[in-house]
Design a protein around this ligand. Structure first.
Ligand code: C2E
Ligand code: MG
Ligand code: MG
Ligand code: MG
Length: 285
């Protein structure tokens, strides 16, 4: 976003390294619409593990872009650019369509789980969003609670009043709502309680010294128990080791997501891994 802001300022930077950054950003922004149209992007799915039941009941959809000349481009780079360039609605519509079509196919094949889609806070400015999503769910004959929408805490809080109408509409059509990267913004759990939110995803930054630093462990433990007392489902993301999984289980986390249980995978990898994922989930190992 910082880069995007620099681009907006339009500060001429001839002769500096910024030039290359600008070139890359321009190249990305200008090729994005065409690459979306040609399906040169794809979604990967990261399984989540419910600790109490040992079951895998939800995936998070994450976007991937293999750019023709720039190679793999991270969403952490191009999503903020697309937001800045006013193209995020293109990305979000495309991603919604991919996720729902895939989910419909999975359900027909007997694979049933919720799929979480990341949307940007600026998507919530679209007055017709909930109606549009309801129509696409109906088109694919999917129940609304098959879809979870994740919104990042920090950006949501910058313009909450505008976002709130759409959040309420999404909740009204039966879609589940999750607050992503919780702890990186400035909101409190007590405040979130006033929003139509079902799930809180604690940011992976809080895992950094969980096992070494007693205070970090206290903060995590207290956040999890408060969030649960307030009625949120609590997911912790970025879990990479069994030791962290075990610690979070003791602290009462509902769900973990991260490379320890499973990394993001393509739809066909997921289908291939599904029996193993279920078996692994059952043994909670
Ligand atoms: P996020 O929604 O918080 O997604 C979690 C990120 O953590 C993903 O990065 C995932 O690959 C990564 N991750 C998962 N497990 C682990 C782990 O064990 N260790 C570590 N270090 N990382 C792990 P990714 O896929 O690069 O996505 C980055 C961000 O880009 C996402 O953060 C989300 O904010 C955004 N994003 C991704 N896909 C979409 C999309 O379709 N639409 C929108 N608007 N944003 C998206
Ligand atoms: Mg997310
Ligand atoms: Mg996150
Ligand atoms: Mg994130």
């Amino acid at each position: 976003l910082k880069k995007a802001r620099n681009a907006r300022d339009g500060v001429a930077s001839y002769g500096s390294g910024d030039d290359l950054v600008h070139q890359r950003e321009l190249q990305l922004i200008s090729s994005l619409p065409k690459d979306l149209q040609l399906d040169r992007l794809h979604m990967v799915y990261q399984p989540k593990l419910a600790l109490s039941s040992g079951r895998c009941t939800q995936m998070e959809a994450l976007i991937r872009w293999e750019h023709g000349s720039l190679g793999t481009v991270s969403p952490a780079e191009f999503i903020p650019l697309a937001e800045y360039a006013g193209m995020i609605d293109l990305v979000s519509r495309w991603a919604l369509e991919q996720v729902l079509a895939q989910q419909a196919a999975w359900r027909q094949a007997g694979l049933t789980f919720q799929v979480a889609l990341n949307l940007s806070t600026s998507d919530l400015d679209n007055d017709g969003l909930a109606e549009e999503i309801a129509a696409r769910l109906e088109h694919y004959r999917l129940p609304a609670d098959a879809l979870v929408i994740e919104i990042t805490e920090s950006t949501l809080m910058t313009d909450l009043q505008r976002a709130l109408t759409t959040l309420n509409q999404l909740r009204a059509i039966g879609v589940r709502l999750a607050i992503d990267d919780f702890g990186t913004g400035h909101s409190s759990l007590a405040y979130l309680k006033h929003l139509p939110v079902d799930e809180v995803k604690i940011d992976k930054a809080f895992l950094e010294d969980l096992l070494e630093d007693e205070q970090a462990a206290h903060i995590m433990g207290a956040s999890i128990s408060l969030a649960k007392k307030l009625g949120f489902e609590v997911t912790v993301e970025g879990v990479e080791t069994k030791a962290v999984r075990d610690a979070l289980q003791v602290m009462g986390a509902d769900v973990i997501q991260g490379d320890f249980f499973a990394p993001p995978m393509t739809a066909s990898e997921l289908e291939g891994n599904w029996p193993q994922l279920q078996a692994r989930a059952a043994t909670k190992d």
